[in-house]
Design a protein around this ligand. Structure first.
Ligand code: FES
Length: 105
C-alpha cells in the first residue's frame, strides 16, 4: 500500500524479522530483503546482483546478509559486496511510523 509518493508499507513492526535475521517482503511490484541487526532495520533489493538469488532467504553473518545461492556477502548499509567489487544491491531508506514499517522506493 502506497502511503505517500514513493513510501510503501512493508509490514507492521511486529512482523519484522527477529534480531539478526532477514526476511522477504513484497513492496509494490518488488520483493525486498528486510533485515534487523542491532535494532536497525535495513531494506535491500531481494534479488542478488550476482545471479538473482533471494537475499531475504539468506542469513546475517558478521553484519552482512549472505546470499543463499553462492554465499556472497552484502553490506546492509551500502549494499556493497565483499566478494566481488562489481556486485552491489540497492539499499532503501526505512521509516517507522507508528506500527507501520515504510520503505522509500
Ligand atoms: S546469486 Fe547471490 S551470490 Fe550468486
Amino acid at each position: 500500500m502506497a502511503i505517500e509518493n514513493d513510501l510503501v508499507r512493508i509490514c507492521s513492526v511486529g512482523e519484522l524479522p527477529a534480531e539478526g535475521a532477514v526476511h522477504e517482503f513484497p513492496a509494490g511490484k518488488k520483493m525486498l530483503c528486510i533485515a534487523k541487526l542491532n535494532g536497525v532495520i535495513s531494506a535491500l533489493d531481494n534479488e542478488c546482483s550476482h545471479h538473482g538469488g533471494p537475499l531475504g532467504q539468506g542469513m546475517i553473518e558478521n553484519g552482512k546478509v549472505i546470499c543463499p545461492w553462492h554465499a556472497y556477502a552484502f553490506d546492509l548499509t551500502t549494499g556493497l559486496c565483499d566478494d566481488d567489487a562489481d556486485e552491489r544491491v540497492r539499499v532503501f531508506e526505512v521509516t517507522v511510523s507508528g506500527d507501520d514499517v515504510l520503505v522509500k522506493l
